[in-house]
Structures are given as structure tokens and as C-alpha cells.
Design a binder for this molecule. Structure first.
Ligand code: NDP
Length: 245
């Protein structure tokens, strides 16, 4: 299989897109560690499903807002598997709201989770990644098109990942490590349920007129993580049903 013998860490892997990514990488052959914030039961269930596929798995409670926890999660994954080949920076805080209402605490938390954590995780992972390694960041279609009010903080945080991705591409490319960014459109998860209040509006903003499924993001992660993605680096890839067009 494409990822046989590889080891991956997916942040925020207990639910939603991260869960789908963790399972897909395991289906492709990788051993997978995942972090979660508080939902131990869901994380354990994902670990059980990965193990049922015959792979090794590990769940680490690690709030991405906590720099030490982020670094320790990377170290724990590398120690468990004896290597680390793939980092997926997926955990994110989806705080939307009128510009004037967002608090200093909102700003600090969103930047800590959506920006600082991917930076620190990549920095820690870079010690372990070898030739053929991958860092895959999960951004948002709102980094490309802010189609409705309320996205100032979230869009700002996700746009920062473009700079991080491009800069890391230059630093890690000489070591054979590829760094890419996926911008999901509206994806049916707890963060943005397809039957939520604004779901019809969001579907209407896509060219395909529908929400995406977490597995549709996981499929692109799988492509980037595997050998077929070996010449893709520094890219921002929209998997958004045409939201940003
Ligand atoms: P969900 O809210 O459905 O799942 C979030 C996952 O991340 C859970 O596993 C949760 O753990 C974990 N998590 C949340 N906060 C933290 C934290 N501070 N530290 C560690 N883990 C955390 O989110 P989605 O799957 O929808 O989103 C995943 C990523 O995709 C995010 O970066 C989001 O911004 C991005 N995205 C999502 C879109 C969508 O429409 N759904 C659209 C565009 C981008 P626990 O179970 O313990 O709470």
C-alpha cells in the first residue's frame, strides 16, 4: 500500500476532518497518532478503528493552544513509532463573529490554535522527518474568499498558513520534505454541520451547490502524503466544491 511503513501524526483527529484523515492514512498503510482536545472517548474509538486495520495507533490529549503540549505530542508520536513521516496540522478553532465583538481572548486563542500550533508542530516534526516527509496544513476556503461577514479573525488565522507553507517549502525542500496547504470548503462536521443555520447559504456559495464530506478532504491528504504527490510542494489546494471561484 502507498503508505506502508510510514508514520503519521494528525492533530485534532478525534472527530470531523481529522478523524477521516487519520482513518484514510491508516487505510493507506500508515501507523497513525492523533491529538485531541477533550473528547477522550471519540479519540479512543478512532484508535480502535485504526488498530482494527492492522496499524499501530496512539491518541494524545494535547490542546493546540498549549505550546508544550504540541511539542510533546510530536515527540510522543515519533517515540511510539520510532519515526515520523507525515504531519497533518488539522486542529482548528472556528471562531466567527462581528469584528467589533471579538475579544482579546478570542484573538489569542484562535491565533494560538490555528497559527502558532502548526508552526510549533512543524518545527518539532522537522527534527524527525526524513527524505519523502510531508507536512500538510489544513487551511480554509475563507483564506481565499470571504463571502460573508464575520470571518475577520478566522480568515486572518488561516491566511497565515499560506505564508508558513510557502516558507517551509523553501526550508525543507532541500531535505526532500514537501509542505502543502489544503483549503476545505464547507465540510459536514460538528464545526459546520450540513443541517446548521447557515448551511443553505454556504452550499449556495459553492459551484457544486453542496457540502463536502470529511472523506473528500482525506482523499487529497492521501494523495499529497503518498508517492504520487512527490512533485507537489508549496501548493494551496482548494477542495471546496468551487467556493472560492
Ligand atoms: P471539528 O470541530 O468537527 O473537529 C475538531 C477536531 O479537532 C476534534 O478532533 C477536536 O478534538 C480537535 N480540536 C479542536 N480544538 C483543538 C485544540 N485546541 N487542540 C487539539 N485538538 C483540537 O472540526 P472540523 O473537522 O470541521 O475542522 C478541522 C479543520 O478543518 C479545522 O482546522 C477547521 O478550521 C478546518 N476547516 C473546516 C471546515 C468545515 O466546514 N468543517 C471548512 C474549512 C476549514 P475534541 O474531539 O477533543 O474536541
Amino acid at each position: 500500500m502507498a503508505l506502508d511503513g510510514k508514520a503519521a501524526l494528525v492533530t485534532g483527529g478525534s472527530r470531523g476532518i481529522g478523524e477521516a484523515v487519520a482513518l484514510r492514512l491508516a487505510e493507506d498503510g500508515a501507523d497513525v497518532a492523533l491529538t485531541y482536545q477533550s473528547n477522550e472517548e471519540r479519540a479512543a474509538a478512532v484508535v480502535d478503528r485504526i488498530k482494527a486495520l492492522g496499524r499501530r495507533a496512539l491518541a494524545v490529549q494535547a490542546d493546540s493552544a498549549d505550546p508544550r503540549a504540541v511539542r510533546e505530542a510530536v515527540a510522543a508520536a515519533a517515540a511510539e513509532f520510532g519515526r515520523l513521516d507525515i504531519l497533518v496540522n488539522n486542529a482548528g478553532a472556528g471562531v466567527l463573529g462581528p469584528f467589533g465583538d471579538l475579544t482579546l481572548e478570542d484573538v489569542d486563542r484562535v491565533l494560538a490554535v490555528n497559527v502558532r500550533a502548526p508552526f510549533l508542530a512543524a518545527q518539532a516534526a522537522a527534527h524527525h522527518l526524513t527524505d519523502g516527509g510531508r507536512i500538510i496544513n489544513i487551511g480554509s476556503c475563507m483564506a481565499e474568499r470571504v463571502a460573508f461577514p464575520g470571518g475577520s479573525l478566522y480568515a486572518m488565522s488561516k491566511t497565515a498558513l499560506t505564508g508558513l507553507t510557502k516558507a517551509l517549502t523553501r526550508e525543507l525542500g532541500p531535505r526532500g520534505i514537501n509542505v502543502n496547504l489544503i483549503h476545505p470548503g464547507p465540510i459536514d462536521t460538528d464545526m459546520n454541520p450540513a443541517d446548521g443555520e447557515s448551511a443553505a447559504m454556504q452550499s449556495g456559495l459553492t459551484a457544486l451547490g453542496r457540502y463536502g464530506q470529511p472523506s473528500e478532504i482525506a482523499a487529497t491528504v492521501s494523495h499529497l502524503a503518498g508517492d504520487d504527490g512527490r512533485y507537489i510542494t508549496g501548493a494551496s489546494i482548494a477542495v471546496d466544491g468551487g467556493f472560492a471561484v
